[in-house]
Design a protein around this ligand. Structure first.
Ligand code: GLU
Length: 452
């Protein structure tokens, strides 16, 4: 059977690094198994879902290197959900409830006082005609709950009912359906929560592996029961750990600073972000993978650990620098040209080891164009001597050697005392790319200007 996975964000905000992790783990798993990756937009919450976010999500995952075979929107599929809803109603598995959230709250508190878990008591199954008439009179609308199969004959006497699966990531999992409330599938306003539409989609789209965050583990127990109630067999599941901010706080779509867009705008390479998002929280090292193919080769879904992993943007910076240091000119040529950076391959090779992001090449290109020389008092004579000994053009990568050799003979200086004053005078910086390469790019006129 062909492997089919899906990434199912709600388009209620821009996606962040934690969502990227879910998307990437699914994508890599699909690639490793010659499978298909569907982008599914969970937009049943019509009021909060926005087209703009849906568009951004598509752009963001492509930026990471993910190309979905198709995109599906839940809002296009209400007819399918209505059929499934009717099927559950006909089977007596979906029942109307009229409690307000205050009433449910009070019920939970009463249970807590008696030391009991906050499991819904199914009192809606016992409404009398009078009560139903009263709700109607009060203008209450029903929300609908799915009757979990956790009892023999009497739904008011649930018994331990184990749902088991072998999780791709967490190994053997057991959820006791008697420990859960019947999930609400339809809100009072008639809209579906994500639970049922997701199962219907997974069935109709032939999803074979549901890989998502471990906040869904319990939910999976209920959803497995819904798959079965609809006459289907649940697919495989994998629940991955969560990423948290350095503060330990969970990421949310409100944390705009760590949206994928902001990381892209900050100038990080997609593969630096993808490497960190995928490889942290695994038992293996977090290393910069230069290509998606390398990451696919490297990642093993079973290496994902159970505890949450802290995401640190500095780690993306480190991996980004490693990638940039290893990038060939051909990989960056068009980006450099677009940014107005000249100097060709020689310049790129000279500066790439000194920068963390490709866009930082501009900094050194600006230094080639113009720099404010730094000349300490004690170096004034030395710099004047350098100006006099400056070789005639044409210059090449040997020019620096000729100049420093001549200066060494003339002044007796060597090592740092020889190189540093030249570097500071010529580039206006104490550190930077190799001057042997930069010098011919800067050229004699500008160099002489900076030395005099
Ligand atoms: N929209 C759900 C979420 O973002 C999808 C969960 C799933 O993958 O089934 O949590």
């Amino acid at each position: 059977m062909k492997t089919v996975v899906r990434f199912a964000p709600s388009p209620t905000g821009n996606i962040h690094i934690g969502n990227a992790r879910t998307a990437l783990i699914n994508w890599i798993y699909a690639q490793q198994n010659d499978g298909e990756f569907i982008l599914r937009l969970d937009d049943t919450d019509v009021a909060r879902s926005k087209q703009e976010y849906a568009d951004n999500i598509a752009v963001d995952i492509r930026w990471l290197g993910i190309t979905p075979s198709r995109t599906q929107k839940q809002s296009d599929r209400f007819a399918s959900y209505a059929i499934a809803t009717q099927k559950l109603k006909d089977a007596g598995l979906l029942y109307p409830c009229y409690e307000t959230s205050d009433e449910l709250d009070r019920q939970r508190k009463r249970l807590a006082m008696r030391g009991k878990p906050p499991v819904y008591d199914r009192s809606a199954l016992k409404y009398s005609e009078e009560e139903l008439a009263k709700f109607k009179e009060e203008g209450r609308n029903a929300h609908w709950r799915f009757l979990l199969p956790n009892f023999k004959d009497d739904p008011h006497s649930p018994t331990r009912t184990e749902v088991k699966w072998n999780d791709l990531i967490r190994g053997d999992q057991i959820i006791d359906l008697a420990s859960m409330s019947d999930p609400v599938l339809i809100r009072e306003d008639g809209t579906w929560l994500y639970t049922l539409p997701s199962v219907v989609d997974d069935i109709e789209m032939g999803v074979t592996h549901i890989i998502r965050g471990d906040d869904h583990v319990t939910n999976s127990g209920a959803q497995i029961a819904i798959f079965e109630a609809l006459g289907a067999t649940a697919p495989n599941f994998g629940h991955h750990n969560f990423l948290t901010a350095a503060s330990g706080e969970a990421f949310s779509k409100r944390l705009g600073s760590l949206s994928l867009q902001s990381l892209a705008r900050a100038g990080y390479e997609p593969m630096a972000v993808a490497s960190v998002a995928t490889l942290i929280g695994t038992s293996g090292p977090v290393e910069a993978m230069p290509t998606m193919a390398a990451l696919i080769e490297r990642f093993d879904v079973s290496s994902v650990t159970k505890s949450a992993a802290k995401f640190d943007e500095a780690e993306v910076g480190n991996l980004n620098a490693k990638l940039v240091h290893g990038m060939a000119y051909a990989q960056v040529k068009s980006r450099l040209e677009e940014a107005g950076v000249g100097g060709g391959e020689a310049f790129w090779n000279a500066v790439k080891g000194n920068i963390e992001k490709v866009k930082d090449a501009s900094f050194w290109w600006e230094k080639v164009q113009s720099a404010t020389p730094i000349v300490e008092d004690e170096d004034k004579d030395f710099i004047a001597a350098a100006a006099k000994l400056l070789p005639q053009e044409p210059w090449d990568e040997n020019t620096w050697g000729q100049l420093t050799k001549a200066l060494k003979n003339e002044t007796g200086r060597k090592g740092k005392g020889l190189f540093m004053p030249l570097r500071k005078a010529i580039t206006g910086e104490a550190h930077g790319p190799e001057l042997a390469v930069l010098l011919p790019i800067i050229g004699r006129d500008k160099t002489l200007d900076r030395l005099t």
